[in-house]
Design a protein around this ligand. Structure first.
Ligand SMILES: Cc1cc2nc3c(=O)[nH]c(=O)nc-3n(C[C@H](O)[C@H](O)[C@H](O)COP(=O)(O)O)c2cc1C
Length: 398
């Protein structure tokens, strides 16, 4: 059997193989933020389809950190635990581990949806969301957020999840503390790398007191577009701090929302944006053609479109002794084998390939297919603002 399809241990979890489903917001839950039957079925398909493990789309830990989607799951109260248990049990019936990704959206959300002002380490306006400057968090508010992350971890454990992933990437709240571009604080929560890392460290230390050796991983950015944003040297320092703070694995990604199509790459989906996106929809139809090059200039994907976090993951892996997960533009089995067998990363994660083919790992394993059918049209990410996750395969919804 190929090494890619052998079991791998991350913390206390045994992954069925090295190809896992990356966190992907599904937009499938009730307005209260509890998983609905569609979400359970989605995870069941992924589990049946051979994924080594499943990381859920981001789950909110407190109401002011909700996503700009009406259908973000929330683990913000004990009453929600049972609704998640049902989902976990279904996935476990296929012996597939499931990890809950927990998040606070910080400044990357819409106050109209959350009902609260956006918050951030520093009052720096986000260039994508048309919101006022975010509220600069006070120290008491930072501790309240830390407490809520810890509660989220405890609740995920009670619901039976095999572990949690702290979403500290893509510009959301924890990532905005880590990034010098978004964190200009002068107190103990900003400035040096150690200070910017403090919020994540406090979450990990406090969580360890409550859940002991429960598996906790962190998704971080290795680089961002802004000159003063995250870079690989900073990401290596943060990875070493994560290891010291007893984080079980590091998931390597890149980009924040205002960077445009950095985190996920490929086609610039202007037509889908004009169809679905709140801001583009406001531009009169006759002006849209004229607007396209300007919007494209700001938000287009940089090259390469494929394997764009592998070099960073490889560098981080050389500096720490905890497992590394890499995500971003991974589409071919031969490339996955090359990454795993040459020790560039311990695990690979994919998002879009699992949207079009939830059973892609079985297809790879059974030799039925070598490459994902995903065409990176990126309609899925735009479509998620309006309706549950699906693959549009480059076709506009009717
Ligand atoms: C529709 C959609 C929703 C996503 N939601 C999340 C999320 O909730 N949390 C997260 O960390 N990343 C999220 N991502 C990013 C992916 O996890 C991944 O980092 C990115 O898509 C690059 O991987 P890929 O090239 O395999 O798609 C999402 C991506 C897509 C397409």
């Amino acid at each position: 059997m190929n090494k890619v399809f052998e079991e791998v241990k991350i913390g206390k979890i045994t992954f069925k193989n090295s190809i896992i489903r990356s966190a992907t917001h599904e937009g499938m839950c009730t307005e209260k933020g509890e998983p609905n039957e569609d979400l359970i079925k989605k995870f069941e398909q992924l589990a049946k389809g051979g994924a080594g493990a499943i990381i859920t789309g981001f789950v909110g830990i407190m109401p002011n950190g909700n996503a700009p989607s009406k259908y973000m799951p929330m683990i913000d109260s004990d009453e929600k635990i049972d609704s998640f248990k049902k989902l976990v049990d279904r996935v476990h019936s296929y012996d597939t581990p499931i990890i809950m990704q927990i998040a606070h959206c910080g400044r990357q959300t819409r106050s109209k949806i959350t009902g609260y002002p956006t918050v951030a380490p520093s009052p720096i306006k986000d260039k994508l969301y048309n919101e006022d400057r975010p509220h600069e968090l006070t120290e008491d508010e930072i501790y309240e957020i830390i407490d809520n992350f810890v509660l989220g971890i405890e609740r995920a454990k009670k619901a039976g999840f095999d572990g949690v992933e702290l979403h500290a990437a893509h510009g959301y709240l924890l990532s905005s503390f880590l990034s010098p571009h978004m964190n200009k604080r002068k107190d103990k929560w900003g400035g040096s790398t150690e200070n910017r890392f403090r919020i994540v460290k406090e979450i990990l230390l406090r969580a360890r007191e409550r859940v002991e050796d429960y598996t906790i991983i962190a998704k971080i950015n290795a680089y961002e577009k802004a000159k003063d944003g995250m870079n690989i040297e900073e990401a290596i320092k943060i990875s070493k701090y994560l290891e010291e703070a007893k984080c079980d694995a590091i998931d390597v990604s890149c980009g924040i929302e205002e960077d445009g199509f950095w985190t996920l790459r490929g086609n610039f989906p202007f037509e889908m944006m004009a169809h679905d996106n709140h801001r583009i929809k406001k531009i009169p139809k006759s002006f849209r053609k004229i607007a396209k090059p300007f919007v494209k200039m700001q938000f287009e994907s940089p090259k390469p479109y494929k394997l764009f976090n592998v070099p960073s993951a490889e560098k981080i892996k050389k500096e720490v002794n905890i497992p590394i997960i890499v995500v971003g533009g991974i589409r071919r089995l031969d490339e996955i084998k090359e990454i795993i067998e040459n020790n560039k990363s311990d695990i690979v994660a994919m998002s879009k390939p699992f949207i079009i083919e939830p059973n892609i790992v079985n297809k790879f394993k059974e030799g039925k297919q070598e490459v994902s059918r995903c065409i990176d049209c990126n309609y899925c990410i735009i479509g998620i603002e309006e309706r549950p996750l699906k693959c549009y395969y480059g076709k506009l919804p009717k």
